[in-house]
Write a protein that binds this ligand. Sequence first.
Ligand SMILES: Nc1ncnc2c1ncn2[C@@H]1O[C@H](COP(=O)(O)OP(=O)(O)OP(=O)(O)O)[C@@H](O)[C@H]1O
Ligand SMILES: [Mg+2]
Length: 367
Amino acid sequence: MGNHKVIQFLIYLTLVFMSFPCRAMESDIENSLKSWQEKSAKIKSELSSGEVTKIQNMREHLTENGKKADFEGNVYSVFLENNIHCVFKFCEEDQIEEPEIKPEIIAYRLCKETGIGNIPPIVWRKITLPDGRSVSGYLSLFIDSSVDISNFEDDELYKLLETMDKTETSNYKIFNFVFGNFDVGVHNLLISDNKPVMIDNETIMNPWCVKYGEVPFVSFYRFDWLPEKPILSSKFSFESARFANIEARKEIKEKFDYSPTKRNHNFAIYKNCYWVQFSDVDHAERIKKLIYSDFLPEKTQKSLQKLTREKLLEIFGSKSRLANQLVAGILERRDMILKEFNGKKVAVSGNRMNLSKSSCSPTVGNS
Ligand SMILES: Nc1ncnc2c1ncn2[C@@H]1O[C@H](COP(=O)(O)OP(=O)(O)OP(=O)(O)O)[C@@H](O)[C@H]1O
Ligand SMILES: [Mg+2]
């Protein structure tokens, strides 16, 4: 071997060794991404500090990939170094009512702490948008859904859930019910590893009142921000619910300076708020199918039993009136589930509850 050949060989060896840690790191990250449920701490650190290499409007990204874009918010597809695909979502400053409360982060923490449900790793950070603005928002891991359900009808989704891991689908429904996540459906669900993956969980911040097995009443106003007025009743009255016909909608507009949806719905006034029960058949059916489970996995039962007011307030990171109200609601619904399954032999398949015969079925009225 001549001298220059030896030098060439040494350069080659040096290059191979230099690229080794880089390759090891890449495959380490690739592996973490594949098992994102277990490696969430590592992924969160990548999300927090990884440099942005590409950012594109999510609508554009989905359309380019032949998927339906069914959402309203400011959402971007973002690539970080190491080819980590993420989703960035931000709220305009003036839309954040209580800026220290980050609903998506709270939802993620509730899921991690209890082991109930699957939410992709998510962090709060600053990103520069394509138009040059630097804004803060949520950055979460992009999950490439193994089944594209974006064009599914509700019935197709229920059928698909039936074929999936029973514990996982039950946990998905139990999470929605206990933590008050009502914006559920194909538009906020992905599938990975035969498990439902939940996205867009901000509605955990809207208080609920519900009788087990029925469609919840949801407060669209967070009464923390309402002007102080005397609270007439301290207990939610399901019996006082009325159908929101034209006159009732006018009354709501006058009282709350808010125009309620024209969709068929029942409503109630409680704590000076307007509480809506989506009672048009499709919506009511979907909510019931996706918040009530006929199976309570043992591990889930144990995590629910362990939930305390203190732990929940710590997760909410706030002791505000709203946080206290939300936590009280969570504990109430937790108790409902535990009571429902207490001492009962849990059916592993089939529907024990006849959820289609709710006493809160839609009232017919003029809309
Ligand atoms: N973690 C994720 N992985 C893959 N795709 C995602 C993820 N998060 C969001 N998306 C995609 O981005 C879209 C919009 O996200 P998201 O639902 O959070 O936004 P939104 O504007 O708050 O929605 P909505 O209009 O329902 O309130 C989703 O419908 C989905 O296609
Ligand atoms: Mg959404």
